[in-house]
Design a protein around this ligand. Structure first.
Ligand code: TYM
Length: 326
């Protein structure tokens, strides 16, 4: 059975980009594959965080992921800092990746441009991400399009380590969905939907109420030529709505376009589809939220399962690169 691994940062609410670009795929993979999913709290520390907020976001994200459909009986769900092997392998990865490779990461350039304090961790972030993936002998990594470069560097680092020290890691592949891989900001459709942009009207959160979803989609920026057509270059706003509707319904966006003649109808149908997608998630989240102790127990079980695989890989990597066994 192929092993699937992916991760998500506990940076507050989930948004529609996370859901359509990654999480719906995560849920599908748990049916057919050995799926391992990680809440990457150590990655979240690369930018300044309030400690209490980080702790509660981590627990809430676990509940949101389960509400979206991750089933801890089918997949392994855990918190990164609970499995120390991640930090330990990250050091070996830092010593395998080059300064030049890290300097070319667009995510670092974007985030460092927006931060006052640029931590060394923000720069070496891809080494920790490579460790996350490689620890689990991962075949497939389901992610949104913005993670493409991080998976490519993981492959390069795995191949380099294997070349230097002998077969140690499985070289993984990314899985990027056809629709929803790049959900854009509703107000600024040239940039991706993102929590960190602080674009309140451009971002739809998974916990958002139906009225607010409808309002935001109604106000989404389009263009003045009035033709419903899928063309991200020329018509970013309209194409974004088509991708959202297509991803929510499992239909290619260009096909969705043929059903609409007016922007107003497209917006109304997109809002209906998003509300229909979010409502059951919100109901399940309300139930799960009432029992945080059970969530913590499930995360503990997940961490124990994850550690079994991770410790074997770490030991192999440590041995192969010449560290003396204790
Ligand atoms: P993060 O937490 O930013 O996002 C989690 C997942 O959501 C996807 N995503 C989007 N997809 C489509 N449109 C958008 N606007 C959008 N915004 C986010 C992301 O592509 C991602 O799949 N570095 C990672 C976390 C990570 C990881 C890993 C991922 C750490 N270790 C190992 C895979 C494997 C990140 O910050 O994702």
């Amino acid at each position: 059975m192929a092993r699937v691994f992916s991760g998500i940062q506990p940076s507050g609410d989930l948004h529609l980009g996370n859901l359509l670009g990654a999480l719906m795929n995560w849920v599908n993979h748990q049916e057919e594959h050995d799926a391992v999913y990680c809440i990457v709290d150590l990655h979240a520390l690369t930018l300044p965080k309030d400690p209490e907020e980080l702790r509660s976001n981590t627990l809430q994200l676990a509940q949101l992921l389960m509400a979206v459909g991750l089933d801890p009986n089918k997949s392994t769900l855990f918190v990164q800092s609970h499995v120390q092997e991640h930090s330990q392998l990250a050091w070996l990865m830092e010593c395998t990746v080059s300064f030049g490779e890290l300097s070319r990461m667009t995510a670092f350039k974007d985030k460092s441009d927006r931060s006052e304090f640029i931590s060394a961790g923000l720069f070496t972030y891809p080494a920790l991400q490579a460790a996350d993936i490689l620890l689990y002998d991962t075949d497939l990594v389901p992610v949104g399009d913005d993670q493409r470069q991080h998976i490519e560097i993981t492959r390069d680092v795995a191949e380099r380590f294997n070349h230097r020290f002998g077969e140690t890691f499985v070289v993984p592949q990314h899985v990027i969905p056809k629709a929803g891989a790049r959900v854009m900001d509703l107000q600024h459709p040239e940039r991706k939907m993102s929590k960190s942009e602080h674009s309140v009207n451009g971002t739809i959160n998974v916990l958002e109420n139906p009225d607010s979803v409808r309002k935001k989609i109604k106000r989404a920026v389009t263009d003045s030529d009035g033709e419903v057509r899928f063309d991200f270059e020329e018509k970013a706003g309209v194409s974004n709505l088509l991708s959202i509707l297509g991803a929510a319904k499992g239909i290619p966006p260009s096909e969705v376009a043929t059903s609409f003649e007016r922007y107003g109808d497209l917006k109304a149908a997109t809002a209906d589809a998003v509300i229909e997608l979010l409502s059951p998630i919100q109901e399940r989240f309300a139930d799960l939220q009432s029992d945080p102790a059970e969530t913590r127990r499930l995360l503990q079980v997940g961490a124990d399962k994850a550690r079994e695989v991770a410790s074997a890989t770490l030991t192999r990597a440590q041995h192969n690169c010449g560290l003396l066994e204790s």
